[in-house]
Design a protein around this ligand. Structure first.
Ligand code: HSE
Length: 308
C-alpha cells in the first residue's frame, strides 16, 4: 500500500465526572487524512485544508505525533501527510486528538501494523501535548479504540474499553467561540477539597457501572461534575440555560465537552437525542452567538480506513 486515507473522528472527553480519564467517540463528525510513503526520508505536511494550522512539523500536532512514531520505527522511507480538517480547533470535541491519533493509526496501517494501540496512544500523546501543554489521552483513546474508554494510566499507557449501552446517543452544541485547551486548563484550581473528590469519584464509579449494566437511570444520576464545571462553565456563554433546556427535554445528562465550548448530552434513543438537539437550537437561537448542533451514535470502531 502506497497511501492510506482515514476518517479521524471527533470525541467527547471528561464525560462530566471523568476529567482527563473518560471519553467517547462520535460517528458523524471528523477529519480525513491521507498519509503517503515516499522515497525521500523525512516527514512533510503537504496540505492542511479546512482550518489554518501550522505546517511546520514541530508546531503541528499530527507532525509531532508522526515524528514520535517515525523516530521509534525508523523506516527507510519518507512520509507525506495531508490533513482535511472538519473539526474546528478549540471546539472541545477533540480536534487535536483526531489529528494526532489519525496520523499514528494511518502510519501503523501503512507500515504493516508494527505497533499495538497502547503504543500508538503513547506516540499520539506527544502530539496532543502541543495543543494542551500536557500529555493526556482522554480524547485520543476513544479515537483509537472506539466506544467509551477509561485511561487507567498514561505512563505507561493503559486503556480500558467500556461497553456502550445499545440505545445511547449524544447531542452536541458547539457555540462558535474558541476556547484553547491550555487556557481552559489554566482556569482550574491546582487542588480540590476532599468532599468534592469523594462526590466526583463516586459519580465516575457509578457511571462506569451503569455503562456496563445498561442502566440508563444510573447514567442519568452519575452525569454530574462538581469539580470542573463550576470553573469552566463561566467561559461558556449561556451554559446553564442550555443545561436546563436539555434536561427539560429529557436528556440523561449534560456537561462540558472536553475543555469546551461544546456542550454534550447523552440521551436514551435517537428520537430523544433529536428532541434534545432541537431544545439546544431553540435556546441558543435566542442569543447573538452562532452555533452548530449534531446528533451522533457512539462510534464503536474509532478511526476508520477509507481506502477502497
Ligand atoms: N481532559 C481534557 C481537558 C480534554 O478537559 O482539559 C481536552 O483536551
Amino acid at each position: 500500500m502506497k497511501e492510506i486515507r482515514i476518517f479521524a473522528p471527533a470525541t467527547v472527553a471528561n464525560v462530566a465526572c471523568g476529567f482527563d480519564v473518560l471519553g467517547f467517540c462520535l460517528d458523524t463528525v471528523g477529519d480525513e487524512m491521507v498519509v503517503r510513503r515516499v522515497s525521500k526520508k523525512g516527514i512533510v505536511i503537504t496540505k492542511c485544508v479546512g482550518y489554518e494550522l501550522p505546517m511546520e512539523l514541530e508546531n503541528n500536532v499530527a507532525g509531532v505525533a508522526a515524528q514520535a512514531f517515525i523516530n521509534d520505527f525508523n523506516p527507510e522511507l519518507g512520509i507525506e501527510i495531508e490533513i482535511y480538517k472538519n473539526i474546528k480547533p478549540g471546539s472541545g470535541v477533540g480536534s487535536s486528538a483526531a489529528s494526532a491519533a489519525g496520523v499514528v493509526v494511518a502510519l501503523n496501517e501503512l507500515l504493516g501494523k508494527p505497533y499495538k494501540k497502547e503504543q500508538l496512544t503513547t506516540f499520539a500523546m506527544k502530539g496532543e501535548a502541543v495543543a494542551s501543554k500536557c500529555e493526556h489521552a482522554d480524547n485520543l483513546a476513544p479515537a483509537i479504540y472506539g466506544g467509551f474508554t477509561l485511561v487507567k494510566s498514561c505512563h505507561p499507557v493503559k486503556i480500558l474499553k467500556i461497553p456502550t449501552p445499545s440505545d445511547l446517543f449524544a447531542s452536541i452544541i458547539h457555540p462558535q467561540i474558541e476556547i484553547k485547551t491550555a487556557d481552559s486548563r489554566a482556569a482550574l484550581p491546582a487542588d480540590i477539597p476532599l468532599y468534592q473528590a469523594i462526590e466526583q469519584w463516586a459519580n465516575l464509579g457509578s457511571l462506569i457501572h451503569a455503562l456496563h449494566t445498561s442502566d440508563y437511570d444510573l447514567i442519568a444520576a452519575s452525569l454530574n461534575d462538581v469539580v470542573i464545571e463550576p470553573h469552566r462553565s463561566k467561559l461558556i456563554p449561556h451554559y446553564h440555560e442550555i443545561k436546563n433546556a436539555v434536561l427539560k427535554a429529557g436528556a440523561l445528562g449534560c456537561g462540558i465537552s472536553g475543555s469546551g465550548p461544546s456542550i454534550f448530552t447523552l440521551c436514551k434513543g435517537e428520537e430523544n437525542a433529536l428532541k434534545v438537539e432541537q431544545a439546544m437550537k431553540d435556546m441558543y437561537s435566542k442569543t447573538e452567538i452562532d452555533f452548530d448542533t449534531y446528533v451522533s451514535s457512539i462510534n464503536q470502531q474509532g478511526i476508520k480506513i477509507l481506502n477502497p
